[in-house]
Design a protein around this ligand. Structure first.
Ligand code: ZN
Ligand code: ZN
Length: 618
């Protein structure tokens, strides 16, 4: 940029052209040299531009403060605008220190109750998480405008004070679209979905933010059906979904395993030209991988993604990992490096997970080394957890235990739980007791741990110990997470609970079909595995209880409803698949000639022709 003038007006127009901080830095020396920085108009403009560019670049709050100090040295009185913009810059950078300094300066200049200054003070404190200060600044304003009201409501929600926000919202003298949307977001964040729904129908109009708030809000609270129906309403009103709604609805499909719905969305996305937005294609990839279609995920990754970022690469590596495709994950990792994308700590969690689920112990060790030495990333508790899992799954229980006791951070309950799981797989009762001891110190009330330990005893035939664990569980009234599984049939998602709901029509249908299936499997040589009873009730009911695990009900329902051969059955389960269900799924896949894909809490199982993709290693 060539500077050809010293005239204030031209200087101002030059400043107006500054769109970045580096632009501004180019102009600033000329302004200083010309002495024009003493011109109040020019100085004010510099601050304005600095604040605006800082707001965009949100990196260097100190720069604007420097300019501000310079201005004060030149005895220029800062006005309300400079304060407001500087406070905005401080808020965007979340620098409470600079913000508080500005606050006291504004008090000094008698400007703190000024409408613009007061409003930005409230939002600055809200952004920085200082709720009490935000409230104080708000209360000092004689006539707060709607922006100030919205800011103070935001402050309440940030501190999870839903009631406080609600009360303020009720007495607001006027509301704009933002106010309504804020209240909507407050409700969904607090999980008060019915209040959100009521408000949604009450509000004068819906903008893209209102729609995406409802879709994302319901989806993130586990109400996938509602999220989908809001999405359909949005389309029905002839509106175009935005990026937030699309990623929100895709994540809802991913979580509930709604593959058919996801495929329809895929069509919408391609048609509406959203495939160039990397956040959307990433969500699409994630949806396919979590709905059990690694082929479609791979297709999106290879053919349909315009741009790929670190999230795309990591998601695809994680997808391979969840299917136990260790080699493919490793290949993709080196492709990524070749492509010039630097792995981050999440990428390493995925690749370590891939190694552990494919039993690639040496590779896992190697990646842990690459991460710390080549990329100089310091491992977090998650990476240590992956390593314990890697050793544990491979049956190297002593290495796993030693690794856990030697790691530089204190192992948490998750690490010990991972090891307890490994003890369960490999039937190491002695180590399991030791690990459970550690767990009891950290997290004594986790039902899963008791269930695991009691299963380890059960597998070892130590029924007295099983009874003891159960006894102490009921004494401390620890409730187990109820197991559920969901399945999508004809674009509707059905959910089944362990034991089955005998009163619902769906439950009766599933139970009836399941009895028929189990009879057929018994003819084929199936023996119920009473050793592994994750959700057992009473000894004599053991067989009955495993027989009605939720994933068995879901698969029976799927077979009953989809009839003929060929179609893949996809099931999502919230807990880990037990050994018995695993055996049953393998047999069904052979006897009924169906592919069954089950996503459980930790991975995918793809059952085909009597065997599973996990190689019985999970
Ligand atoms: Zn089971
Ligand atoms: Zn499996």
């Amino acid at each position: 940029m060539a500077i050809v003038t010293h005239q204030p007006l031209q200087c101002l127009s030059l400043l107006r052209g500054c769109k970045t901080l580096s632009h501004l830095k180019q102009v600033q020396p000329f302004v200083l040299k010309s002495g024009l920085d003493a011109d109040p108009l020019v100085a004010g403009k510099i601050i304005l531009v600095a604040a605006i560019t800082l707001t965009d670049e949100s990196d260097h709050p100190n720069h604007s403060l420097l300019i501000f100090n310079q201005m004060r040295r030149h005895c220029l009185t800062p006005d309300s605008f400079s304060f407001a913009f500087l406070l905005k810059a401080a808020a965007n950078c979340r620098t409470i220190h600079a913000g508080a300094q500005l606050h006291s300066l504004s008090i000094h200049h008698g400007l703190d109750a000024h409408l613009f200054v007061g409003t930005t003070l409230v939002s600055m404190y809200a952004e920085c998480g200082c709720i009490a200060s935000a409230r104080k600044a708000f209360d000092k304003m004689p006539q707060p405008n709607v922006v100030a009201w919205n800011a103070v409501v935001t402050a309440c929600f940030r501190s999870n004070d839903i009631k406080g926000g609600e009360d303020l919202f009720a007495v607001m003298p006027w509301r704009n679209q933002t106010s309504w949307n804020l209240m909507l977001a407050g409700y969904t964040k607090a999980g008060e979905l019915e209040s959100a729904r009521r408000l949604f129908y009450e509000m004068p109009q819906h903008d893209p933010v209102s729609w995406s708030t409802m879709i994302v809000g319901f989806a993130s609270n586990g109400h996938f059906d509602d999220a989908c129906s809001f999405f359909r309403d949005l389309l029905r009103e002839g509106l175009k979904p935005n990026e937030v709604s699309l990623t929100g609805i895709l994540s809802a499909c991913a979580q509930s395993g709604a593959f058919e719905n996801g495929k329809i969305l895929h069509g919408h996305i391609m048609k509406a030209g959203f495939s160039s937005i990397v956040a959307v294609t990433n969500a699409l990839l994630d949806m396919y991988s979590r709905c059990g279609s690694i082929e479609m995920a791979d297709q999106v990754f290879i053919q349909e993604m315009g741009k790929k970022n670190i999230i795309s690469w990591t998601s695809m590596i994680a997808a391979f990992a969840m299917y136990g495709y260790g080699e493919e994950a490793i290949k993709l990792f080196s492709d990524m490096e070749e492509f010039g994308t630097k792995p981050d700590w999440i990428t390493f969690i995925s690749i370590l997970y891939a190694c552990s689920h494919a039993g690639l112990v040496d590779k896992g060790r190697e990646f842990f080394h690459i991460m710390t030495h080549t990329y100089r990333l310091s491992p977090s508790i998650e990476h240590y957890g992956c390593m314990v899992d890697l050793y544990g799954r491979a049956g190297l229980l002593d290495e796993a235990y030693e690794f856990a006791t030697r790691m530089p951070i204190e192992p948490n309950a998750i690490i010990w739980r991972t090891l307890l799981g490994a003890c369960s797989i490999h039937g190491n009762v002695k180590l399991a007791e030791l690990v459970k001891q550690r767990l009891s110190e950290l997290d004594p009330n986790d039902a899963g741990d008791y269930v695991l330990l009691s299963n380890i005893y059960a597998v070892a035939g130590k029924w007295k110990d099983v009874a003891e664990v159960r006894g102490s569980m009921s004494k401390q009234s620890i409730k187990k997470d109820p197991g559920w599984s969901s399945i999508e049939v004809d674009k509707a998602v059905y959910k089944f609970v362990a034991g089955g709901d005998g009163s619902s029509r769906i439950g009766v249908e599933a139970n009836k079909k399941l009895v028929e299936i189990m009879e057929k499997l018994k003819d084929e040589g199936y023996m119920p595995g009473v050793g592994s009873v994750l959700h057992d009730i009473e000894d004599e009911e053991k067989e009955g209880a495993i027989v009605r695990h939720s994933e068995k009900l879901a698969v029976a329902f799927g077979i009953a409803r989809t009839g003929g051969v060929g179609k893949t059955i996809r099931i999502v389960k919230n807990l880990r698949v037990c050994r018995d269900c695993h055996v049953v799924m393998k047999m069904i896949s052979k006897v009924y000639g169906r592919e069954i894909i089950v996503r459980d809490r930790s991975r995918f199982h793809s059952f085909r022709a009597g065997s599973c993709s996990c190689g019985d290693y999970w």
